[in-house]
Ligand binder design. Sequence first.
Ligand SMILES: Cc1ncc(COP(=O)(O)O)c(C=O)c1O
Length: 393
Amino acid sequence: MKRIYLDNNATTPQAPEVTEAMRPFFEEHFANPASTHREGQKVRHRLEAARARVAELIEASPEEIVFTSGGTESINLAILGAARKRPDGHIVTTAIEHAAGLEAVRRFEEEGGTATYVRSRSSGDIDPQAVIDAIRPDTVLVSVMHSNNETGVLQPIEPLARECNRRTILFHTDAAQSCGKISISVRETPVDLVSLAAHKFYGPKGVGALYIRKGIDLLPQMFGGGQQGSRRSGTEATALAVGMGRACELARSAPGSYLERIAPLRDRLERGLVAAYPGATVNGSNALRLPNTSSVRFPGIRGEEMVISLDLQGIAVSPGAACSSGAHRPSHVLIGMGLGADLARSSVRFSLGLYSLPEEIDRVLQVIPEITAGLRGMGNRMSTAAGKEGDRA
Ligand SMILES: Cc1ncc(COP(=O)(O)O)c(C=O)c1O
């Protein structure tokens, strides 16, 4: 039986076009792009073309793009590179950021800085006024994710970027989940720093980029040979960068794919899931969301058990963020939205991708009634509180 992959927020498959574009860089184009000989210059030329492709996707200039090893490194460079310029400064961020953002801010606190973590509303989005109210005279950076990786809820980047711009406070957004799914323009929205990860939109794993608005000087977090204008030392991973460039080009060539093709599939999945199980509710359904993400809670069932049952039926989904799913802790995002621990634990994330097919959604909806019927008794035995907890705890 062909397996069904609905965990695209954890990572997407690499597009065949991306693999094809990368191949020569493992073979004939192996030279160091910093070398002055012809082989090196050829690679340099292709690397810079890839940088231009990444820039084009978000309407930036190529010199504003720094290649990194992925979303985590981009976020660390943005947050620590901005905040460490004033070690006793203050950061405003949110309680629903990805671990990469939360841990970078915590690191800054350990070093003597301070931070405010703004909570989300029960709808899963951040009240922009709450972020603005948290700004202090010593605030050096505001960092708010573009969309949440668990719920897909879009955050109010536009008003926050404008307000930070007006106050000349640096504004960073983690766009790892938005990039390639919805349009992002640094020309239209005055963000200063944007973190991107190629493997979330059909590019290779192990490469990302940080957009740094022209004129912004970050403290480098990696020291060495001074590559990429000394903003990120180290020989560039040319094959990976070229792969990311190609993924950006593909995303740009089909801008409406997610909204036109994937959102209707996602909506059908949600309608079916809600109809199949009493009390099933889509987390964040009252907010604007990414077109591919459904976080659904099934009261009385453990999300992890459901993930295993679906896996046995050939369907790959996840209980929440990929990196915390082994931790068995309820999601900080769902808890932050006001769900009790049992309801948070009853959630499953279905994340569709450009290769998702209508018949795959049909198959999920076909197996769900039997799986939930089987697990429901188990869930009730594990936690009698879950069923009584109602919609919100
Ligand atoms: C919102 C968000 N930020 C950052 C990351 C980290 O990206 P990477 O895995 O490329 O380090 C992820 C990926 O899990 C993510 O979903």
